[in-house]
Design a protein around this ligand. Structure first.
Ligand SMILES: [Zn+2]
Length: 487
């Protein structure tokens, strides 16, 4: 996410399937359509990740929009522990989303089970009739409904129906993350910061919507069928992604480009053609620079989508959104937000992390990556301008409120501290490492981190370990001082 201030002006700123009519097996050949040819083999390299198949319909009125359908999840226990339950999350029920979501008709290998739902209605624990042993598979199916109410701006309006534009991230029950030792992730995110923590899965999603609505989603649309009842059925595949995001409007127009074989589409509202072409160039340059520095973006497509979010921008796998208010060619903010969100494809989407516990891992890296972009496109002075701005923000805040490390959870930062430390001091930690060991050596370390944790989940410990190996240096002192923890 991005809400952020720039330079001096400080702008704010996741058997029995044949029994169920909705279900069908995932087709590896279809999934591969969403990958660049040289990365199609990655699908076979991760055969045991969750296989998530969704078939749903959108019902849209002036007052609200709902998605109702069925989801089946083929889940393999990749942990060394027997599992007695599987946990899903209903993000629309967060007060910060302001929507409503519910599940029903839950079956585990065809047996009806009753879920346990927590008081926030965001944690759905599905009991398994028999423990799922390590490397065993089970099939969970459920019906779900998610609703969003028109013209309600809740927090960042990330889940919203504003001015005829639907932003529906996390509209389905998203599988939580299981870790040995800590069990299933059940944190309810602090409203400040991003909410989602999920593992990489293969998605096959079929959505039917009124024909006049233009749908933009993660992954690649492989079928598009017009129905007799003035609806249209869209079939998407999104392999090796940790979430599946959906945006929709009757008004979207699109400009298309390409970078390193990746189709980049910018979807915008009428009248924003000039800014769309500019945003396309920013996204193409960002992809080119981050591909070269960190390792290649493996998917066939990347979507940049104008929405009515009130955050500057928000990152989703294969799709980033940029707020409508900055859809202006004269606005440097459009460039900063677009580049920051594209950087999140490397840090959050491809290399995953617990954004509710270690937001610095993706946010500080997205910020640092943004400075690399500006350094390369506009020169070193411009990059230094960003560092100076970050430094001012950090120092000014610290002078009044005291210093903090960058490795805290969002709930540990109050009154502007989240931005000042995670978004401003955070990238300066990477600058410090670049100044100490050389920028080229740091970038090489980050590319090793990307190669090691692509499609997986990384922790601060993992980052430190990879950087130490790559740089050939002990980094305990620096991690302790800046992040507040070390290996
Ligand atoms: Zn961000």
């Amino acid at each position: 996410m991005f809400y952020y201030r720039l330079l001096t002006s400080l702008i704010l700123i996741s058997l029995l399937w044949m029994v169920y009519p909705a279900a069908h097996a995932q087709d590896g050949d279809q999934l591969s359509l969403a990958m660049q040819p040289e990365f199609q083999a990655d699908i076979a390299a991760f055969p045991d990740i969750p296989q998530i198949t969704i078939v749903a319909s959108l019902n849209i009125t002036d007052q609200q929009a709902s998605i109702a359908g069925n989801m089946q999840v083929l889940y393999t226990n990749l942990s060394p522990d027997p599992l007695s339950e599987i946990v899903f999350r209903l993000y629309p029920n967060y007060p910060s989303y302001g929507g409503q979501a519910a599940v029903s008709n839950i079956l585990v290998n065809g047996t009806t089970v009753t879920p346990e739902i927590d008081p926030t209605a965001s944690i759905v624990s599905i009991p398994l009739p028999t423990p799922l042993l390590p490397s065993e598979q089970t099939m969970v199916t459920m019906d779900f409904t998610s609703t969003v109410f028109a013209e309600q701006t809740v927090l960042y309006a990330q889940y919203s129906y504003l001015g005829g534009n639907l932003a529906l991230p996390n509209f389905f029950p998203l599988l939580s993350v299981y870790k040995t030792g800590t069990g299933w992730w059940r944190n309810v995110a602090h409203p400040q910061g991003d909410a989602v923590y999920s593992a990489t899965a293969n998605f096959d999603v079929t959505l039917t919507a009124p024909a006049k609505w233009i749908l933009i989603a993660s992954g690649t649309r492989i079928e598009n069928t017009e129905n007799a009842d003035q609806t249209r059925t869209h079939h998407y595949v999104a392999p090796l992604m940790r979430d599946f995001a959906l945006m929709a409007s009757t008004q979207y127009e699109t400009v298309s480009g390409e970078q390193d074989g990746i189709a980049i589409d910018v979807h915008y509202f009428s009248g924003g053609d000039e800014a769309a072409n500019t945003a396309l160039r920013f996204a193409e340059d960002a992809v080119r620079i981050f591909n070269a520095h960190f390792g290649e973006y493996p998917f066939a497509e990347l979507d940049v989508v104008e929405t009515r979010t009130v955050a500057g921008g928000i990152e989703y796998p294969g799709l980033v959104v940029v707020q409508s208010e900055s859809w202006n060619t004269q606005d440097l903010y459009l460039e900063i937000v677009t580049v920051h969100e594209v950087a999140h494809q490397w840090w959050y989407s491809l290399v995953g992390n617990d954004q509710t516990r270690d937001p610095w891992l993706d946010e500080s890296l997205a910020q640092y990556s943004t400075t690399l972009y500006f350094g390369e496109v506009y020169g070193p002075d411009f990059q230094q301008g960003f560092f100076d701005s970050y430094s001012d923000s950090w120092q000014n805040f610290s002078a009044e409120n005291g210093d903090k490390v960058i490795g805290l959870a969002p709930s540990d930062y109050e009154g502007g501290a989240y931005f000042s430390f995670v978004y401003a001091k955070g990238p300066l930690f990477f600058k410090f490492l670049a100044d100490t060991y050389g920028q080229a050596a740091l970038i090489q370390g980050l590319s090793a981190y990307f190669a090691g944790y692509r499609y997986q989940i990384a922790t601060p410990t993992d980052l430190q370990t990879v950087l130490e190996a790559s740089l050939g240096q002990e980094l305990d002192k620096w991690f302790l001082e800046w992040v507040g923890q070390s290996n």
